[in-house]
Structure formats: structure tokens, C-alpha cells
Ligand binder design. Structure first.
Ligand code: CP
Ligand code: NVA
Length: 301
């Protein structure tokens, strides 16, 4: 199959990613001006969600409508996917009817299997391993507030989860240094660390990760699918809560990001969410603009 997929940040070149983020800024300005821009008239995005979502669903759906197209929400509960129809068969059928497919699922391999049998572009809307659409919005947000992230120092404090893995790939693609502070046993996947080499540093000390950083990120301590571990992780992760005091250790230009949803009083203190250094609401809004840039890139010749 020859379709261009977006399963990870590594599916684009560095310059394509920078162009995508800049295009997100442009599309945001057009949207704010009330301009009508409908290059995707009659184009359809199928969206398969095997996990819950607020931002990803609404941003793709609203984005497709704004670009003149449509999005179809597909829940495995209501489709044959949920009754065991093979992913390969579903991919062949769906991709004969829609122009692109976005998938949020558990195992990354399922996304890859779907993509391998799809005639149309497949977009990763989050897997257990990666969440590349979120990073497009995050990189757009950094650009808007502080300019290029190239050469900057970024801290990840908390679980070595799908967002952390994606930040590692972002460090490679956007050329920044990443310090990860996580409890022992909760490290990101070694395959991603191996990809990044010495631009990623691992520590057990959140203060060491935060010192002098230009951007500090965190995420929930128990991701979707890990609900059973949520209680037991609380104690283990308590020293990794990000607070205004954590940001005080960083560079004076530091920004705080969280992909949301947030658990106030766990990975992030209540007061930090609305601290002047927090850009979490801009990140959320930029999901819309960055993904409009992505579907335009994948679907408009
Ligand atoms: N950040 C993010 O992907 O949010 P949703 O789970 O609401 O889509
Ligand atoms: N790590 C979180 C991100 C949610 C957007 C999860 O996978 O649940």
C-alpha cells in the first residue's frame, strides 16, 4: 500500500514537521479571522476510538468540518471490530469508503496492522506507545510562545508512558535535549531511548530534570488501560508531582505543559494549572489547528 501514514513523528522528516507546525499557526490565524477555507470538501475521515477521548475526537471532528469535510465516529462497541472482525478486513473495507482513518487503540501493533492494509492515510490518535498528534500541538504551542525549540532543554517528570515516548521522538525530530525523571520501573521504552542516543538523559530526581529547563511536562500517573494500578502508583509517584516550586528551579522563560486530562493534586498541583507559566489550555486548543494542518498535509495534493 502506498498511502502516507502518520503513526509516529518518525513518519515525517524534520522539515515536514516544522512546516506542519507553522501551518498550524497559519490555520489558527485564518480560523480566528473567520475565513472560510474548505479544501477537503466531500472528504471523509473515519475515526475509530477504542479508548475514551474529549480533545482528540472533538478536534478532528471540528477540524474536518471546518475544512469542508466530515468525520465519522466509530466505536468498536457498535461496529463489527468489537465483535472480532479482523483488523486487516476492517482496514480494507473502511479504506475503500473514507479518505483517511484516525485510530485510538491499545497495542501499537494493531495500528500498524491496520495501516498495512489501508489504501488511505492512517493517523495515530494515541496508542499505548505513542501520541504524535499531541506533540504537534505541543510543538506549535512552544513555537507560538517562545519561538524555535531547537537546542532547548525539556524536562519530562512522571511516568515513562506513551507521551514520554513521543517526547523522546520529538527530541530527535525537533532537535532538543530531554531530561526524564521517573520512578524506577516506570522508564520509557528502551527502543525509543535507543533511537535518541545521548540527547536524552534519565534521572530519578525531578529537581535535576527541572534545573534550567525551558519546558516542563507531565502527564497522568496511570494511563488509560492502567486503571487497576492507579491507587498503587499514587505513593510511588508522589515525589514527582510538578508544582510552581518545580518551575522555580527552571529557566526564567520556562513553560509548563500537560496533554490533559489532568489529575490535580496528583501529577500536577492545583495552583500550577493556572500559573502564568502554564500553557495547558493553549495546547488543548492547538490540537484543532495542528491536526487541521496534518489532514491538509495528508489529503490535499
Ligand atoms: N490529550 C488528549 O489526547 O486528550 P483526549 O484523551 O481527551 O483526546
Ligand atoms: N498517557 C495518557 C494520555 C492521555 C491523553 C493515556 O494514555 O491515558
Amino acid at each position: 500500500m502506498t498511502a502516507r501514514h502518520f503513526l509516529s513523528l518518525m513518519d515525517c522528516s524534520q522539515s515536514e514537521l516544522v512546516s506542519l507546525i507553522k501551518r498550524g499557526v497559519e490555520l489558527k490565524a485564518l480560523h480566528r479571522q473567520g475565513a472560510i477555507y474548505e479544501p477537503l470538501k466531500n472528504r471523509v475521515l473515519g475515526m475509530i476510538f477504542e479508548k475514551a477521548s474529549t480533545r482528540t475526537r472533538v478536534s478532528f471532528e471540528a477540524g474536518m468540518i471546518q475544512l469542508g469535510g466530515q468525520a465519522i465516529f466509530l466505536s468498536p462497541r457498535d461496529t463489527q471490530l468489537g465483535r472480532g472482525e479482523p483488523i486487516e478486513d476492517s482496514a480494507r473495507v473502511l479504506s475503500s469508503m473514507v479518505d483517511a482513518v484516525m485510530i485510538r487503540t491499545f497495542a501499537h501493533a494493531e495500528l500498524q496492522t491496520f495501516a498495512a492494509h489501508s489504501k488511505v492515510p492512517v493517523i495515530n490518535g494515541l496508542t499505548d506507545d505513542l501520541h504524535p498528534c499531541q506533540l504537534l500541538a505541543d510543538m506549535q504551542t512552544y513555537l507560538e510562545h517562545r519561538g524555535s525549540i531547537q537546542g532547548k532543554t525539556v524536562a519530562w517528570i512522571g511516568d515513562g508512558n506513551n507521551m514520554c515516548n513521543t517526547f523522546i521522538q520529538a527530541a530527535v525530530q525537533f532537535d532538543f535535549n530531554l531530561r526524564i525523571a521517573c520512578p524506577e520501573g516506570f522508564e520509557p521504552d528502551q527502543q525509543f531511548l535507543d533511537q535518541a542516543g545521548d540527547r536524552v538523559m534519565l534521572t530519578r530526581d525531578p529537581r535535576e530534570a527541572a534545573a534550567g529547563a525551558h519546558l516542563i511536562n507531565t502527564d497522568v500517573w496511570a494511563s488509560m488501560g492502567q486503571e487497576d494500578e492507579a491507587e498503587s502508583r499514587l505513593k510511588r509517584f508522589a515525589p514527582f508531582q510538578v508544582t510552581p516550586a518545580t518551575l522555580d528551579l527552571a529557566d526564567e522563560s520556562v513553560l509548563f505543559m500537560h496533554c490533559l486530562p489532568a489529575h490535580r493534586g496528583e501529577e500536577v498541583s492545583t495552583e500550577l494549572m493556572d500559573d502564568p507559566r502554564s500553557v495547558v489550555w493553549d495546547q488543548a486548543e492547538n490540537r484543532l489547528h495542528a491536526q487541521k494542518a496534518l489532514v491538509e498535509f495528508l489529503l490535499v495534493d
